[in-house]
Write a protein of this length. Structure first.
Length: 198
């Protein structure tokens, strides 16, 4: 049990720690909204990692082979979604800055943040290939449920740290100009990461 849990924790941190577009999105969302919304987004990413760890334990080698032919189109879809998010974030920040009257905007809720990041993270087929390689490297055993629990907990703890960092940055950068700059920088980073997927 403890060996499988530890292997899952290491695998979970291995997939979560490299900050990519999802991490930037979670931090930016936390900075612009609240820690609660950012934490929900982070848990969406961790849930996707847990799902992919489970898929890898149950039948990773077979599924990795099935995903390989469509990996490129899935990367394109993920890149397209990230570019749309980057554009929307920049557009919303610029519109808010130039608006003379404050209009009611639909707030981002914890549930929509969770579902959106879960869906976006699930578009990354490389995650299941990563977990499948780890499971196969352990002789196909993978550790079962404890491996999945460890991967989820590690990913969740890292994503919550990112959300907390974003929320802290959002509190420190409260002026309208600072919020505009952080939104535009976040959009630019997400766009660059999206182009790197292509």
């Amino acid at each position: 049990m403890s060996g499988a849990l530890l292997a899952g924790v290491v695998a979970g941190y291995g997939v979560a720690v490299p900050v990519g577009a999802i991490g930037v999105l979670i931090a930016g969302l936390s900075a612009r909204t609240s820690w609660r919304v950012g934490a929900a987004a982070g848990l969406g990413a961790a849930t996707a990692d847990g799902i992919y760890a489970l898929v890898a334990v149950v039948g990773g080698a077979a599924l990795a082979g099935l995903i390989a032919p469509i990996a490129t189109p899935l990367r394109w879809v993920a890149a397209g979604v990230l570019l749309l998010l980057a554009g929307h974030t920049a557009w919303a920040a610029l519109r808010k800055r130039s608006a003379t009257t404050e209009r009611a905007q639909r707030p981002t809720t914890a549930l929509t943040a969770y579902a959106g990041i879960l869906g976006l993270t699930l578009l990354n087929p490389a995650t299941v290939v990563y977990f499948a390689a780890l499971v196969l490297g352990r002789g196909g055993t993978g550790g079962g449920a404890w491996f999945v629990v460890g991967a989820f907990l590690a990913s969740a703890s890292w994503q919550l740290l990112i959300a907390g960092s974003g929320a802290l940055a959002g509190r420190l950068l409260t002026s309208g100009r600072a919020q505009l700059i952080t939104a535009l920088v976040s959009s630019a980073v997400i766009a660059v990461l999206a182009f790197m997927l292509l």
